[in-house]
Design a binder for this molecule. Structure first.
Ligand code: SF4
Ligand SMILES: [Zn+2]
Length: 301
């Protein structure tokens, strides 16, 4: 924590970001999705690779702040059928999202067909069903599996095992809740490119075996302090854009369910200003059509 850069300045009555995008649903239909990135108390887990804390606060989120943020964002977002309430942590951490706000939140989002939140596998329990029962539409929980590499996962300080991810996923599915997994490409402590691709794909396969309906591949980024130190020490290597593209193509080829490639800050993984925009657009399109598209030609390849 001592290596961290400053947190962002935030207003607890405003989400730190909100956006509208398209995403293919498990039915295969592409729908409009509103995502609200809620400002709230920092996640108590301190995963090595996490940089989500930058947009969090140190204090418990006051009652009513989350509903104020949702109202602020919904007034500015277009109509959509799916909503993601992402809180840089765990929706079912009562210090981040006060339980007393559940009912008001559910009323605010009653017009949506499908609701997605993020949560840590350890925070799985009957309270999730309680929230689901308040919703008008279907419900989905996104959880970080990160990697199933047996030596790397314990070092991430995520405080989970692959087995815990599996048990939590099965519990949620039994409650009628969909699950999506976040999987890292190039977690810290794994520096060989082909091993990274292999373990990312193995983790995606594992996630689908547990019953998730979607996997998001996240290229691990430097920038949170400790990751930059690990980078300097040779214990972390950010993925090359080529490796991310290859991994994503192979993950789609598994044909086990929807796979998404996270293109946030994609510029960080490329040195070429000529092709980066086209390559980003290609990956965004692949996220929608769920198939490999022709590669972008460039002299940098
Ligand atoms: S559980 Fe998620 S939000 Fe919390 S520290 Fe780990 S990666 Fe970050
Ligand atoms: Zn190029």
């Amino acid at each position: 924590m001592s290596l961290r850069p400053e947190k962002a300045e935030l207003d607890v009555l405003k989400p730190y970001l909100y956006l509208n995008e398209k995403e293919v649903q498990k039915s295969g239909v592409v729908k409009s999705v509103n995502t609200i990135f809620l400002t709230n108390k920092e996640c108590p887990f301190k995963c090595v690779m996490c940089d989500l804390w930058r947009h969090t606060t140190d204090q418990h989120t006051p009652e009513g702040a989350i509903t104020a943020q949702i109202e602020y964002a919904l007034e500015r977002l277009p109509d959509a059928s799916v909503i993601k309430l992402y809180n840089s942590g765990n929706f079912f951490d009562g210090k981040a999202i006060p339980k007393s706000d559940y009912s008001a939140i559910s009323e605010q989002i009653a017009g949506y067909d499908h609701v997605i939140v993020e949560n840590h596998p350890k925070l799985t329990g009957p309270h999730i069903q309680t929230f689901k029962d308040l919703l008008a539409g279907s419900f989905e929980v996104a959880m970080g599996l990160e990697t199933i590499h047996p030596e790397v996962l314990p070092k991430l300080n995520k405080q989970i095992t692959a087995d815990l991810f599996k048990t939590s996923t099965e519990y949620l599915i039994d409650c009628g809740i969909d699950v999506r997994a976040f999987v890292l490409l190039n977690p810290p402590f794994l520096t060989n490119e082909s091993e990274n691709i292999e373990w990312c794909l193995r983790s995606v396969e594992f996630a689908f075996e547990t019953g998730v309906t979607a996997c998001s591949i996240i290229p691990t980024r430097p920038g949170n302090g400790i990751m930059d130190k690990l980078h300097e020490e040779g214990k972390f290597v950010p993925p090359r854009l080529e490796a991310l593209e290859k991994t994503y193509e192979l993950a789609l080829k598994l044909n086990r369910g929807r796979v998404f490639c996270d293109v946030w800050d994609l510029e960080k993984f490329s040195d070429c200003n000529i092709c980066i925009n086209q390559r980003k657009k290609r990956l965004e399109k692949m996220n929608l059509v769920q198939m490999k598209l022709p590669e972008i030609e460039c002299s940098c390849r």
